[in-house]
Write a protein that binds this ligand. Sequence first.
Ligand SMILES: Nc1nc2c(ncn2[C@@H]2O[C@H](COP(=O)(O)OP(=O)(O)OP(=O)(O)O)[C@@H](O)[C@H]2O)c(=O)[nH]1
Length: 189
Amino acid sequence: MQAIILAGGKSSRMGQDKASMILGGKTVIQHVIDNLFFVFDEIFISGNHNNYPISKGIIKDVTTQKGPIGGIRSALEFCQEDIFVCSCDMPFVSSDLIKNILQKKIENRINVVRFGEKLYPVLGIYPFSILTDLKKTIESGNLRMISFLEQQNAHYIDLEDSFEHQLLNINTPENFRNAEIIFNNNLYK
Ligand SMILES: Nc1nc2c(ncn2[C@@H]2O[C@H](COP(=O)(O)OP(=O)(O)OP(=O)(O)O)[C@@H](O)[C@H]2O)c(=O)[nH]1
């Protein structure tokens, strides 16, 4: 399985590139890279920006402007195997959380995190076997991750309450201020 960081988004809610914002002395995406390297030997970044902090292993989108679902499609096509996906805006996802997902996964199903009622479509495992369906869905114009998860009968991995802070997505300036509080008070550990 290959590890993919989805990082081709527009950051429109943040108003600036959220992956490059500095949190605790390093960029948000660098936190994600460092955390994934605890578990995976190799990491790829999916997206079309030109400021990623790695020079190799960048997977350009096959079709741009399709959102996260387009990034996942491009990564599956490139890797030709199952992928572990994490969003570039989740700096607190720990190796324990990743291992939890890997341990609870069901083979040949999409496995994504659920916390309470909330789904995290950009944190989990996407098997190579879904690629044909994924392409058809994108071609049909339905880019909603949640409807694709339903269509594919995805397996939802429920996490313990202790992981709550690790699931913070930094989408807005307010999310970023929360992230600083979580970081400065070590609440993510
Ligand atoms: N490769 C790739 N990744 C994407 C694309 N759109 C979004 N992503 C990534 O998918 C994850 C979830 O994206 P969102 O937070 O929903 O969207 P966003 O565009 O980053 O942010 P907003 O513009 O505020 O909605 C983030 O890690 C994004 O970088 C895309 O077109 N291609």
